[in-house]
Ligand binder design. Structure first.
Ligand SMILES: Nc1ncnc2c1ncn2[C@@H]1O[C@H](COP(=O)(O)OP(=O)(O)OP(=O)(O)O)[C@@H](O)[C@H]1O
Ligand SMILES: O=P(O)(O)O[C@@H]1O[C@H]([C@H](O)CO)[C@@H](O)[C@H](O)[C@@H]1O
Length: 161
C-alpha cells in the first residue's frame, strides 16, 4: 500500500532549499525535537502557520537531540517517526532535519521570512535571531500553552506504570 500523501512533506536537508523556494511566502520556520506530540505543540504550530503562507519545521536528528540533555533515553521517538507525526499536521508544510546543535546554519541557508519558537524562549537571546534579522526577517515567540510539555507527559506516563 502506498504511503499517505503527507509523507511528501518530508524532505532530506539537501532537498530543503529547492522545496522551500516553491512554498508560499511569507515562509515561517520553526525547529525543535517534538519528541512526544502534545496540545501545546499542535496549538503553537497552528498559530505559527497563521503568521505566513507556509510553515517549515526542522527537527533535531536523534544525534542532535541526544546532545541537548533532555534525558538519558530521549528522544523516545526516532527522527523518522517524529518527522511523520509532524508532517501529518495540517499546519505543517514541510519537514526536514538538522544534525547540528542549533538550526543556525539551516536558517542561514533557507532564509525563512519569519522564525518562531514557543514562549519558553527569549528570541533576543538566540543567535538565530540576529541571522534572521540580518536579511530582513522576523523572529517571534508564540505564547506558551501552560501545562504541556513532553517531559511532563513522559513523567506522567512513567508514574502510571
Ligand atoms: N506548551 C507549549 N506551548 C507552546 N509552545 C510549546 C509548548 N511546548 C513546546 N513548545 C514549543 O514547541 C517547540 C518544540 O519544543 P519541544 O519539542 O522541546 O517541546 P517540549 O514539550 O518542551 O519538550 P521537552 O519537555 O522534551 O523539552 C519549541 O519551539 C517550543 O517552544
Ligand atoms: O524542542 P526544543 O528544545 O525547543 O528545540 C531546541 O530549540 C533550540 C532553539 O532553537 C534555540 O537555538 C535549538 O538550538 C535546539 O537545537 C533544539 O531544536
Amino acid at each position: 500500500m502506498s504511503k499517505p500523501v503527507f509523507f511528501d512533506k518530508i524532505v532530506a536537508r539537501e532537498e530543503a532549499p529547492a522545496r522551500v523556494a516553491a512554498l508560499a511566502r511569507p515562509v515561517v520556520f520553526t525547529n525543535g525535537v517534538f519528541d512526544v506530540l502534545h496540545r501545546g505543540h499542535a496549538t503553537y504550530l497552528a498559530r505559527a502557520r497563521e503568521l505566513g503562507g507556509s510553515l517549515v519545521l526542522a527537527l533535531n536528528t536523534d544525534a542532535s537531540a541526544r546532545r541537548l540533555g533532555k534525558g538519558p533515553d530521549r528522544p523516545l521517538n526516532n527522527e523518522e517517526d517524529r518527522a511523520v507525526l509532524m508532517a501529518a499536521l495540517e499546519s505543517v508544510s514541510l519537514v526536514t532535519w538538522f544534525d547540528e546543535n542549533t538550526p543556525l546554519e539551516l536558517i542561514a541557508e533557507l532564509k525563512p521570512d519569519i522564525l518562531v519558537k514557543g514562549g519558553d524562549y527569549d528570541m533576543e537571546k538566540l543567535a538565530e535571531t540576529a541571522v534572521v534579522k540580518a536579511y530582513g526577517g522576523q523572529a517571534l515567540a508564540i505564547p506558551f500553552v501552560e501545562g504541556y510539555s513532553t517531559t511532563a507527559l513522559v513523567k506522567k506516563i512513567r508514574s502510571a506504570n
